[in-house]
Design a protein. Structure first.
Length: 443
């Protein structure tokens, strides 16, 4: 039982019920020590005394005195005594109730009394258990009091637990949405009347979310501005290089080639940054393409393998059955392409890499894994490699043309589809990167 609501509810409810049970048991025990007889015997003795008083009232004041005496008896007790006059009429007009008792063959004691004028009155005393009330002593009364306490405390505990657990559940849901990148999420409107600590927590949460959203927008705007500003000098630099080549640079040809290479790398970096910004800012509603993942991966393997040097194994891929999925085709293509190219850069060229697709129906998810046969990574670096611009071996990544963005793009694509990405070292060497995507969105 991990729900805060049920923990609060059961804790409060069982505490109140336990306290009521203890008090009820103690009162019952103390009361029993003071009883001279059982409640049923006491009730029968009380009926006898009532009958005697009714007889005296009948002798003194006749029918009127008898009626007044009966009306002074509590209603529940009065339902055990019926008195019929010489005309066979019940003195309080309860003839129908008496007839029902007779039809049911209810056991009744009958005694005949006469008034001062000698007119007979038949007294009927019903032989049945005394009425059980919530205030009555004995086990029945204790059980009724305990049942009432349990019902009332359950109602109070329910509303109190809900008032505490519901806003916390809203905060938890909102925090998960913030973690998923939906920085426009707010919670104060879901609890406008809360003025306590939970309400203040909701206000502070919204302030935090607003600042995070503003910071993200500022960072995106800065990166976009910088990336766009870099494109103009890059374009001019490319034009200048072409002019220099046409004029015949002669002895500086190698330097011009170096400038051209660095220019291409810088342009690729700008394109990667813009791509990452575009993917992280696009609305989630775009994830609506019907995709056959097996076919998509097969097409991608064919494209990437085309660039593998002849005689090298490249990508090992054994397609399984079809796998239908709903999402963003272009986003998934770029994510898997980055994983494959990153693995090819770092694997043993003579062993290539392995691509696998596995459907886990019990967990309602699909796993796409890419394995290389390189040196692997230190355990402390396995989570950091998905951060933008993070590189474990900077010199090697520079030599291979990496900028530390490929894995970030893959991780962002997984998160936008409600999934996750994980990197682990294979037992026999190499790195395995797995993207897990939920099949709840599958068509």
């Amino acid at each position: 039982m991990h729900s805060l609501f049920w923990k609060l509810f059961l804790t409060m409810w069982l505490s109140i019920v336990g306290f009521s049970a203890a008090i009820g048991w103690l009162n019952d025990k103390l009361a029993r020590e003071q009883w001279a007889e059982q409640p049923a015997d006491s009730f029968a003795r009380g009926l006898t005394r009532i009958s005697q008083r009714a007889e005296q009232a009948l002798q003194i004041d006749g029918r009127k005195g008898l009626r007044d005496e009966l009306l002074n008896i509590p209603r529940m007790t009065r339902s055990h005594i019926y008195i019929v006059d010489e005309n066979n009429v019940e003195v309080l007009g309860r003839d129908e109730a008496l007839n029902q008792l007779v039809e049911r063959r209810t056991q009744m004691d009958e005694v005949v009394y006469e008034d001062a004028g000698g007119r007979p009155y038949r007294f009927y005393t019903v032989n049945r258990s005394p009425p059980s009330t919530i205030l009555a002593p004995g086990p029945q009364g204790t059980a009724l009091r305990l049942a009432a306490a349990a019902a009332i405390s359950a109602l109070i505990s329910y509303f109190l637990a809900r008032s505490l657990a519901t806003p916390l559940a809203s905060l938890s849901k909102a925090s998960r949405r913030i973690a998923a990148g939906e920085l426009g999420t707010r919670v104060r409107h879901t609890m406008p009347s809360r003025q306590d600590e939970i309400g203040q927590l909701a206000v502070d949460f919204d302030v935090m979310a607003s600042r995070l959203e503003a910071m993200q927008k500022a960072n995106q705007r800065l990166l976009q501005d910088v990336s766009h500003e870099l494109r103009s000098p890059l374009a001019r630099l490319s034009v200048a290089l072409e002019i220099a080549r046409k004029k015949g640079a002669g002895h500086i040809g190698s330097e011009i080639d170096r400038i051209s290479l660095e220019s291409e790398r810088l342009e690729k970096l700008v394109n990667d940054v813009l791509g990452l910004l575009r993917e992280s800012s696009e609305p989630l509603s775009r994830l609506e393409d019907d995709i056959e993942l097996t076919g998509l991966l097969s097409d991608l393997v064919e494209v990437v393998n085309y660039e593998v040097p002849e005689g090298k194994p490249g990508i090992s891929w054994h397609p399984a059955g079809p796998c239908e999925f709903r999402g963003d085709r272009e986003l998934l293509w770029r994510a898997m392409e980055n994983l494959l190219r990153n693995a090819l850069r770092h694997t043993d060229p003579d062993r290539g890499i392995e691509l696998a697709l596995e459907i886990r129906k019990r967990k309602s998810k699909v796993e796409l894994s890419v394995r290389d046969f390189g040196e692997g990574l230190p355990a402390s670096e396995l989570e950091k490699i998905f951060e933008p611009f993070y590189r474990v071996q900077e010199s090697r990544d520079r030599g291979s043309g990496g900028h530390g963005l490929g894995l970030s793009i893959a991780a962002n694509a997984a998160r936008r589809h409600g999934g996750s990405v994980e990197a682990v070292n294979a037992p026999d060497g190499g790195l395995v990167v797995t993207i897990s995507l939920p099949l709840t969105a599958a068509s």
